[in-house]
Design a protein around this ligand. Structure first.
Ligand SMILES: *Cc1c(COP(=O)(O)O)cnc(C)c1O
Length: 218
């Protein structure tokens, strides 16, 4: 099966209301264009520089999501390319995004990345710190917090990721009940090639899929 067919096949299995983001790290612009022909409307990239090259070829026919760790010194360029940053996990990064959003006179949408497995080597805010982080970010006028994103730990058996997705969903629901300004919990981004079904069962409405669309990375 080719890329276009795999996208169509996947889209046909995804319930209405769930958004498929194609995770395109290491893929060529040509491969990404094939996925777009299959119906992909949002591309997720992990690195600003890599995204920049593909953005030059593909442009604004799709939306772009930053799904990798974003460094503060790349924010200016990032918000030129990306329509959303899914991976904000600290206040100083949010503040930098707010600064450039103000210059552009836009309200910039972000998700907060949760380190649901509390893994030291991974990015994302620890679950116990998310409320204070969001409270702080909610004071920034040029940012809108639109939901949560999580990776979860690497697991051999996909079913083992379920508790981490469930925890993230519970925090998502709890945040919905709070009345922070500039915060509207709309999107829950979780699930990848081997875990997207479980993620949807646990409430995800954005899934980020690479391998299942493009094949194994080299
Ligand atoms: C690579 C990546 C994905 C997709 O992973 P696959 O296993 O290839 O589907 C999803 N989210 C993030 C943040 C990624 O870096």
């Amino acid at each position: 099966m080719d890329i276009k067919k795999r996208v169509k096949n996947l889209l046909s299995q995804i319930p209405e209301g769930v958004i498929l983001v194609a995770a395109t790290k290491t893929r060529t612009p040509e491969e990404v264009l094939e996925a777009i022909e299959g119906g992909i409307e949002i591309v997720g990239e992990n690195y600003v520089q890599e995204a920049e090259g593909k953005f030059k070829v593909i442009g604004k026919r799709v939306k772009w999501h930053m799904i990798g760790h974003l460094q503060r010194n790349k924010v200016k360029k990032a918000i030129e390319i990306f329509d959303m940053v899914e991976t904000v996990d600290n206040f100083s990064l949010a503040k930098e995004i707010d600064k450039y959003a103000e210059r552009k006179r836009i309200i910039y949408p972000i998700l907060i990345e949760i380190n649901s497995g509390r893994e030291e080597q991974k990015s994302g805010v620890y679950p116990e710190n998310i409320f204070s982080l969001i409270e702080e970010i909610s004071k920034l006028k040029n940012i809108k917090v639109e939901g949560l994103m999580t990776m979860g730990p690497f697991v051999k058996n996909p079913e083992d990721i379920r508790p981490y997705f469930r925890l993230t969903r519970e925090i998502f629901e709890e945040l919905k009940g709070k009345d922070y300004p500039n915060v509207e919990m709309k999107y829950l981004s979780m699930g990848m090639s081997d875990t997207w079904k479980i993620a949807i069962e646990e409430g995800a409405n954005i899934i980020r899929v690479g391998t299942l669309i493009f094949g194994p990375r080299k």
